[in-house]
Write a protein that binds this ligand. Structure first.
Ligand code: ADE
Length: 266
């Protein structure tokens, strides 16, 4: 059994949604009670994320009550009156390490209030964050995202508190806050009701393991370049076929590695 994607799709009846699991390319919709997701972001620099969670689809999702996102400043949990949350690394070396005490104080206080599906630490040495991971996390009820700065967090935080570690790519950011914002965005846009046209989430690059086909809008001819006539033909079956062929060709050219993980039925 190959689960290729899971997506939340809103249905008309108030208070319920369907969660569609795609298994070997076939969709199986499940009717669920609607739930608001909660995401707690624990970090040293919440200001770095504020605008990302207050605007666009994420901001609208919060306004609509689809998701509650709460920022926690690690400095508020410092165990000293200077608000220091970091210290020098044992064994020497450059950079500072975030201490255990503020992270444990913050996350354990959250865990006393509710149970969490995952405590996710953002780090370049984590598992690669992909659309499949976004789909999976969009089905969670409560998530904690822990973002570090400096040289990262004390290993004991990772050993005892963290349940999953994610990287958004093979490069090093100055802090995990932007990685947390990326992950929140990718999750929230999948929540039922977050997008005006929920179907478009399913057409995204990566949702079928393929990159997206090219898209066009008016005018039909711009600087001598014409929109492919098939897209204006009104023949929906032919358009679907054309888009699939274009997506396949683009994926072969730009990301041939993705084709190896396509389910065999596709
Ligand atoms: N923190 C710093 N760089 C990161 C990355 N690439 N992914 C996730 N968290 C990070």
């Amino acid at each position: 059994m190959v689960i290729t994607r899971a997506a939340n799709i809103p249905v008309a009846s108030e208070g319920q949604c369907t969660v569609t699991l795609f298994v070997n390319g076939r969709g199986f919709p499940w009717l669920c009670e609607e739930f608001a997701m909660r995401i707690d972001i624990v970090c040293p620099l919440p200001a770095a994320i504020e605008s990302c969670i207050s605007t666009g689809i994420v901001g609208r999702g919060r306004e609509r009550g689809l998701v509650e996102i709460v920022l926690h400043n690690l400095h508020d949990f410092a165990d000293n009156r200077y608000g220091h949350i970091d210290d020098e690394p044992y064994g020497g070396g450059a950079g500072m390490v975030i201490r255990c005490e503020p992270v444990f104080a913050c996350i354990e206080s959250l865990q006393r209030e509710r149970s969490y599906d995952e405590v996710i630490y953002l780090t370049p040495d984590g598992e690669r964050f992909t659309q499949a991971v976004a789909n999976e996390l969009s089905l969670a009820q409560n998530l904690i995202l822990l973002a570090g700065r400096y040289k990262g967090v004390d290993q004991r935080v990772r050993d005892l508190l963290v349940t999953r570690e994610l990287s958004i790519g093979d490069y090093v950011l100055s802090g995990g806050e932007l990685a947390a914002a990326v992950i929140v965005d990718a999750i929230v846009r999948l929540l039922p009701g977050a997008m005006s046209d929920a179907e478009s989430a399913l057409d995204d690059s990566f949702q079928d393991g393929l990159l997206s086909a090219p898209v066009y809008t008016r005018p039909a001819v711009f600087r001598g370049m014409e929109v492919p006539p098939i897209l204006r033909s009104g023949d929906h079956a032919a358009i679907r076929r054309w888009r699939y062929e274009q997506a396949l060709a683009r994926t072969k050219e730009r990301r041939p590695d993705l084709l190896n993980s396509l389910p065999s039925e596709q």
